[in-house]
Design a protein around this ligand. Structure first.
Ligand SMILES: [Ca+2]
Ligand SMILES: [Ca+2]
Ligand SMILES: [Ca+2]
Length: 282
């Protein structure tokens, strides 16, 4: 009895918690390393971490207070299991929640993108049928006018000087078109007909966006009297003199020179006034 007491007193005096395996086991089992790891990952103020830290410190202090008495380890072990469960179950839950939040965020993102895509498609399909049908009407109007003009040419041996929308295209007693149509959007861009000699004309029209193989913007149709056909082209005016390249090709002027013959009168102005743009005016 006396010996035991003396041993105990000696043990108590010599007790160093860092040399006591139960201290380290307590540290590990109470989640010390995991807590430190989680804190290093930024989980500073999560309640489970605070809770676990408090439990862990309490237990370690208790072991130190009990000075390594063996049974303190077993009580501590059960304590540690409870603490670990209490501390880390919520962390696992938290992690799961974060994962499911992440998944939720991703699916929200996908939904948002889908919504935007659908909106985009909807707005296009809201808009496009009207644009498409206007473009379809333009292309079909122009083709019908060109066909009527070709029939006119076959009979008259020339193209008309001008055509007027709302009026007919006729020669002698033959009518080739009852009513020359106009652009479906009034005032936007009229169909532009002009002919500076008997064998050629150009008819321009403006599209709203690409249509079939025609490009957005200004296009023209011109005749090919040898083939008795008409051909669509994008309206390009390289030298910006108001005459499209296809017209300049037909009238023999330079697509890169506003005043082909260099007489001070522009190509278009000469054609419009009945002069020869390829011969200097006196
Ligand atoms: Ca030109
Ligand atoms: Ca020119
Ligand atoms: Ca000229």
């Amino acid at each position: 009895m006396e010996n035991n007491q003396i041993n105990n007193i000696n043990d108590e005096k010599k007790y160093n918690p860092l040399k006591d395996a139960s201290f380290w086991v307590a540290f590990v089992l109470s989640g010390g390393p995991i807590t430190i790891l989680l804190i290093s990952k930024g989980f500073y103020f999560d309640p489970p971490i605070i809770l676990n830290t408090v439990f862990m410190l309490s237990w370690i202090l208790w072991i130190i207070f009990r000075k390594g008495k063996k049974w303190s380890f077993f009580i501590g072990f059960i304590f540690a299991l409870i603490v670990t469960a209490v501390a880390f179950y919520p962390i696992l839950q938290l992690k799961e929640n974060q994962d499911s939040k992440k998944i939720q965020k991703i699916s929200e993102e996908i939904n948002k993108n889908q919504d935007e895509l659908i909106k985009k498609i909807m707005s296009q399909s809201d808009d496009d049928p009207a644009k498409e049908s206007r473009n379809a009407k333009r292309a079909s109007d122009i083709k019908m006018i060109a066909d009527a003009l070709m029939l006119y040419y076959n009979d008259a041996g020339k193209f008309p000087k001008e055509i007027t929308s709302g009026s007919k295209i006729s020669f002698n007693n033959t009518t080739y078109m009852n009513t020359v149509p106009s652009d479906p959007t009034p005032g936007r861009s009229e169909y532009g007909y002009r002919s500076f000699n008997n064998n050629f004309y150009s008819l321009s029209f403006k599209l709203e966006g690409d249509y079939l193989n025609l490009k957005d913007g200004l296009n023209i149709i011109i005749p090919d009297i040898n083939a008795k056909a008409s051909q669509f082209y994008t309206a390009i005016d390289t030298d910006k003199d108001g005459l499209y390249d296809k017209e300049e090709e037909a009238y023999g002027t330079n697509i890169n020179n506003k005043d082909t013959d260099g007489d001070g009168y522009a190509d278009l102005s000469e054609l419009g006034n009945g002069f020869d743009p390829n011969k200097k005016q006196p």
